[in-house]
Design a protein around this ligand. Structure first.
Ligand code: HEC
Length: 118
């Protein structure tokens, strides 16, 4: 019995390594995007519903910058990470004015959340 209590205590004290991305936490990070983006319709920025797997600059009814239309990107985890860290670096001339997400964990969680918006 004592052995089990000890094992449990040790487990609780262990740091959580390699935490899985958390879509629920990502939903909070998404508040930073809400000034311009909605889910289900275009706003200042394009609708982000189903953005994962979308060819950049192709959402119907939204007027993109030439830079975005011609970027040749497809939104997946890798391209989103680079874009969200510094939009103008990946797509020079984009009209998305955003200072970028600096915390990689925030970014992972945000992308996990975007993946739920199918
Ligand atoms: C200040 C307004 C603003 C904020 C804040 C903002 N965006 Fe944008 N976003 C835009 C605009 C405008 C565009 C269109 C860019 C273009 O055409 O060059 C865009 C484009 C995008 C695209 C490309 C979509 C497509 O259909 O190709 C993605 C992905 C995106 N934003 C994600 C995000 C995420 C995620 C956040 C939050 C971390 C965010 N944006 C915050 C204004 C914003």
């Amino acid at each position: 019995m004592r052995k089990w209590v000890l094992a449990a205590a040790m487990m609780a004290a262990m740091p959580v390594a390699a935490q899985a991305a958390d879509a629920e936490a990502g939903k909070t990070v998404f508040n930073k995007c809400k000034a311009c983006h909605q889910v289900g319709k275009n706003a200042v920025g394009p609708d982000l519903k189903g953005v994962i797997g979308r060819k950049a600059g192709t959402h119907e009814g939204y007027t993109y910058s030439e830079a975005m239309k011609n970027s040749g990107l497809t939104w997946d985890e890798a391209t989103l990470k680079t874009y969200l860290a510094d939009p103008k670096k990946l797509v020079p001339g984009t009209k998305m004015v955003f200072m970028g997400i600096k915390d990689p964990a925030d970014e992972d969680n945000l992308i996990a959340y975007l993946e739920t918006l199918k």
